[in-house]
Design a protein around this ligand. Structure first.
Ligand code: LMR
Length: 392
């Protein structure tokens, strides 16, 4: 039977990691997978995480199972940061559960939507390639619309049309902040309008918030999510701590469900538990426990926020530098200055992206996406010169 399985291509984004590692050139530049890098090109463990891990090592007395919901202390400690300090559970209408990373959160949210009867997912493209893969793997239908326009702003006209065409049995997948791969986020005014449109249409919003704090700040990056939740009766939220706590391989995420009334929550959440049990039984504990220890401790929380602020400041500098370069060959880098998060698209063709890699040792995704945190004062001029060369 197993001979029936056909060879599958490696995931293009993850394959870049290996291609880059195997390149012997000393001046190669990795702008592929989304991990933050310092000005020295490192991805260190957060100081706050190191301190929390030390505390965990000293105080954890058991590793016995917790259940499919994972560490509920972690799930609840995160809620004021996501939903606002005033009323994090929206009067008992929001509850969550831990998942293995942001991917687990997206997967579980979509599986929950499917169980509820959703069969079509609307999504702006380009998007994180794994979104479409998960939608397809769950046997859901994907409907797409343009996320952005050629001038580097969000395509609100396409979004309005899409919401207008969607039916109340559909779900709408939106990036809460730091759009992956374009870096083009909705403005606050856009979000206010989107919230009203979603409420009017009755579609189920699914908001993927994987980069909170990497855009303009923890509070600011939650604006869109909170604007939507204030208007709609129910929603799904897929959350990742993989980037904003630097926990990537520890796989730390959460799903939150908002219902129209608190008494409907237990039934919805019980389906999340059942789906998790059948998929991974329960999430890995370590990273989430470290996040909980940070959020329960004022000094560690301050340290974490400070580290996050430094990351954001560095990415702003890189973006300002790219924007300041203006034209690189035929590519206009100016719009990158106003974009948010780890990613932006450099509009190069397939052959130009290949030339970036083969001739210049610059590794970027096939969509033209770059991880701006891969650029440092040591390599940014080389990168701009390479873009100019391949696009001349
Ligand atoms: C990315 O887009 O680079 C990250 O979200 C990592 C991943 O899992 O794809």
């Amino acid at each position: 039977m197993l001979n029936n399985l056909q060879q599958q291509p490696a995931d293009a984004l993850l394959a870049l990691i290996k291609l880059h590692n195997n390149d012997p050139r000393a001046d190669k530049i990795d702008l592929g997978v989304g991990v933050y890098r310092t000005g020295q090109g490192d991805t260190p463990v957060f100081g706050a995480i190191k301190a929390a891990e030390k505390k965990l090592l000293e105080t954890q007395v058991s590793k016995a199972y917790l259940g499919p919901e994972g560490d509920m202390g972690f799930v609840h400690a995160l809620m004021p940061w996501v939903f606002g300090k005033a009323d994090p559970s929206m009067s008992g209408r929001i509850e969550g559960m831990q998942t293995p990373g942001g991917t687990g959160a997206v997967r579980l949210s979509l599986a929950l939507a499917k169980r509820a009867g959703v069969s079509r997912i609307w999504m702006g493209t380009p998007s994180w390639p794994n979104h479409a893969q998960i939608v397809a793997d769950l046997g859901l239908e994907l409907k797409t619309f343009a996320h952005s326009t050629a001038d580097g702003t969000a395509d609100m006209a396409a979004l309005r049309t899409a919401i207008g065409e969607a039916s109340a049995e559909d779900a709408f997948l939106l990036h809460g902040c730091c759009h992956n791969p374009t870096g083009i986020d909705y403005t606050h005014a856009d979000w206010d309008e989107i919230a009203l449109l979603l409420a009017k249409s009755g579609v189920l919003p699914l908001i993927d918030l994987a980069y909170q704090g990497l855009g303009t700040g923890m509070e600011e990056d939650a604006y869109g999510l909170r604007a939507v939740l204030a208007q709609v009766p129910e929603a799904l939220i897929a959350y990742s701590c993989d980037k904003n706590f630097g926990l990537y391989r520890d796989r730390v995420g959460a799903v939150y469900v908002m219902m129209a009334s608190a008494d409907q929550l237990p039934a919805a959440i019980s389906n999340g538990h059942a789906l998790a049990r059948a998929a991974w039984s329960m999430p890995p504990d370590h990273g989430a426990a470290a996040v909980r220890l940070i959020l329960e401790d004022e000094a560690l929380t301050a340290l974490w926020i400070d580290e996050l602020d430094q990351m954001r400041a560095r990415m702003s500098q890189v973006r300002a530098r790219l924007a300041g370069a203006g034209m690189a060959g035929s590519v206009n880098l100016s719009p990158l200055g106003a974009q948010h998060g780890l990613f932006s698209i450099v509009p190069l063709s397939g052959p130009q992206i290949l030339a970036m890699r083969e001739k210049h040792g610059v590794y970027m995704a096939g969509s033209g996406r770059i991880n701006v945190a891969g650029l440092t004062s040591n390599n940014i001029d080389q990168f701009i010169a390479a873009v100019a060369d391949v696009s001349a």
